[in-house]
Design a binder for this molecule. Structure first.
Ligand code: ADE
Length: 234
């Protein structure tokens, strides 16, 4: 049976999943609490990584080294980078990159990590297909989009910065951990998927919208995650 690692940056993003788990064993490693147990009969490790790329990558490596997870799912909220992607909609990652990597002064394209074979990390196609079909079933009527997620150690709340991001990387949404988790998964040859619900539009209204819609966005990802886990056990 597969063991699934689930990472949320913030407590709100994983609280409900943790509450639903059984046979839970909690261990604190690197100041992160790892909840190992079962949900719907599936072996899970759920953890709050903390915000930002370093936390996301470190957390993924611990899931690999200490728990031997077979796949990683990163869940949480994100800012939309496209007009057609609305608040509360879901974005499933096709791939992920880090928008704040800039070695252009050294002759590299924006977002390219020097001396790495890859800087754009592709999500697992089977996980994408499965998540899409689960979305259709459990969240009918909600916009579900599959595309690139761009991550950086920045909360994007400025229309000009957003425009630059859109032009430079063609992303669907932006957040602060996904691509770092993706890079760690890639280095460990581990399948991954990022599932994000839109909490704001990553523009000058982002901060206000975020506080208002965060809870709704999280409700949707929790519902999706619960059903996806069941499917992964089939
Ligand atoms: N997470 C949710 N909204 C975000 C934004 N606008 N920028 C970065 N991370 C986010």
């Amino acid at each position: 049976m597969k063991k699934i690692g689930i990472i949320g940056a913030m407590e709100e993003e994983i609280k409900r999943i943790k509450e639903l788990m059984e046979d839970v064993n909690i261990k604190s490693i690197a100041s992160m609490d790892f909840y190992e147990g079962r949900l719907e009969g599936v072996a899970l490790v759920v953890v709050r990584s903390g915000i930002g790329k370093v936390n996301g990558a470190l957390c993924t490596q611990i899931l690999v080294d200490r728990y031997g997870v077979d796949l990683v799912i990163n869940t949480g909220v994100a800012g939309s980078l496209r007009n057609e992607i609305d608040i509360a909609d879901i974005v499933l990652s096709t791939d992920a990159l880090q928008h704040d990597v800039d070695a252009t002064g050294f002759g590299y394209e924006l977002g390219v990590i020097p001396r790495m074979e890859q800087s754009i990390f592709e999500a697992d196609p089977e996980l994408i297909t499965l998540a899409k079909s689960v979305c259709k079933r459990v969240l009918p009527g909600l916009g579900v989009h599959t595309g690139r997620i761009v991550s950086g150690d920045q909360f994007i709340s400025d229309a000009n910065k957003k425009e630059w991001l859109v032009k430079s990387f063609n992303g669907y949404c932006t957040e602060m951990e996904g691509a770092a988790i993706a890079q760690a998964a890639y280095l460990n040859k581990l399948p991954f998927l990022i599932i994000r619900a839109i909490s704001d539009k990553a523009d000058n209204s982002a901060e206000m919208a975020y506080s208002e819609f965060e809870a709704i966005a999280i409700d949707n990802t929790v519902l999706l995650l619960k059903e996806l886990i069941k499917e992964l056990n089939k």
